[in-house]
Design a binder for this molecule. Structure first.
Ligand code: ATP
Length: 318
């Protein structure tokens, strides 16, 4: 795959703060690359270094040249913070940004792409937060870029809007657009990205296909049982531990869930709910970037359920 973007040993400090501590990365033509990592890990700084919008040590080439020299018609950039004029309508804004390029798309077509046809004549300041973010995404698409940088594109967008934006990004990628995005949404990274890069403390600590990351770092499947029973009461060959008011049984294949139910019955233990989940990118993130770890038990069952169904959708629609 031809590399659209190559970064070698990129470093950026702000005073005593090391924002990027030697990042090397290559993104192929037509690839979708997602950067994930904790707050302050350096994602925005890396996007800025890759787009030549901040100075950094090391080397970055985009389309084989310095990012500052690249024909701007070929690049779209959605910064994390983007504050367009408040008293222009969504259509006026996109028409304005389209006018900055020699060859641009029709503003109404872009508004339709980002689901804003109905809100086209609303002032930017009167759009909802999610509609504003979609307008900003639209502004990056007016020049039909070959390479798109999106710094947290779906922040503030509701689930339905997020999914339609994912569809849009997938269709752009299918059409050959290279996309580099940052996100805190692991389902988004898993669904959209060919490769995910996990940034922590200014270093890329893992880069791979999301399924490969989950296989390598995600750990085992888990069956969470909301019960007061103690692990010792159950006659099971799987690892069992108590966590936040629930029993967590690890590495149970789905076809063996009945064995756990039988063991609960045999112990005379009642339970309120059972939920089984495979490891996912969030587990990879928590494993590699640290954090509080996952929570189980009362009140967490719904989250588990949502997580499972989200992942099923993500995998089913990939
Ligand atoms: N302009 C700046 N001046 C000083 N420090 C900065 C500046 N920009 C970023 N930093 C620091 O660099 C580090 C990386 O910040 P960056 O915004 O790149 O992280 P991030 O991964 O994008 O975080 P988030 O997920 O919160 O958006 C942080 O410690 C941040 O405080």
């Amino acid at each position: 795959m031809t590399a659209t973007l190559v970064a070698e040993d990129v470093r950026r400090t702000y005073g005593d703060t090391v924002a990027l501590d030697g990042v090397s990365l290559s993104v192929g033509a037509g690839e979708v690359f997602a950067l994930v990592g904790p707050n302050g890990a350096g994602k925005t700084t890396l996007v800025r270094a890759l787009t030549g919008t901040t100075d950094a040590e090391g080397s970055v080439t985009v389309f084989g040249t310095d990012p500052r020299q690249v024909d701007r018609e070929r690049i779209g950039l959605l910064p994390q913070a983007f504050d367009p004029p408040a008293r222009l309508t969504a259509r006026e804004l996109l028409t304005y940004y389209a006018g900055l390029y020699d060859d641009s798309r029709d503003a109404d077509a872009v508004l339709a792409d980002v689901g804003l046809t109905e809100a086209a004549d609303t002032w930017y300041e009167n759009l909802s937060g999610g509609q504003q973010r979609r307008t900003c995404v639209g502004a990056t698409l007016v020049n039909d870029p070959d390479l798109l940088f999106l710094d947290e594109p779906t922040t503030g967008i509701d689930p339905a809007g997020r999914r339609s934006l994912w569809d849009l990004l997938e269709s752009l990628a299918a059409g050959g657009t290279t996309i580099v995005l940052t996100t805190h949404d692991m389902a988004e990274a898993h669904r959209l990205a060919d490769r995910v890069g996990l940034l922590a403390d200014g270093r890329l600590v893992a880069v791979d296909d999301p399924d490969a990351l989950v296989a390598e770092y995600g750990g085992e499947s888990r069956l969470v049982v909301e019960t007061d029973a103690e692990p010792a009461a159950l006659d099971l060959s799987y690892p069992v531990e108590r966590s936040d008011g629930a029993l967590v049984v690890s590495d149970v294949p789905p076809e063996a869930i009945g064995d756990v139910v039988d063991a609960l019955d045999a112990a005379g233990a009642s339970y309120d709910a059972l939920s089984w989940s495979e490891p996912d990118l969030e587990d990879v993130y928590l494993q590699l970037a640290g954090g509080a770890g996952r929570e189980y038990g009362h009140g967490a069952g719904a989250r588990e359920g949502e997580r499972s169904s989200g992942r099923a959708t993500a995998e089913g629609e990939r």
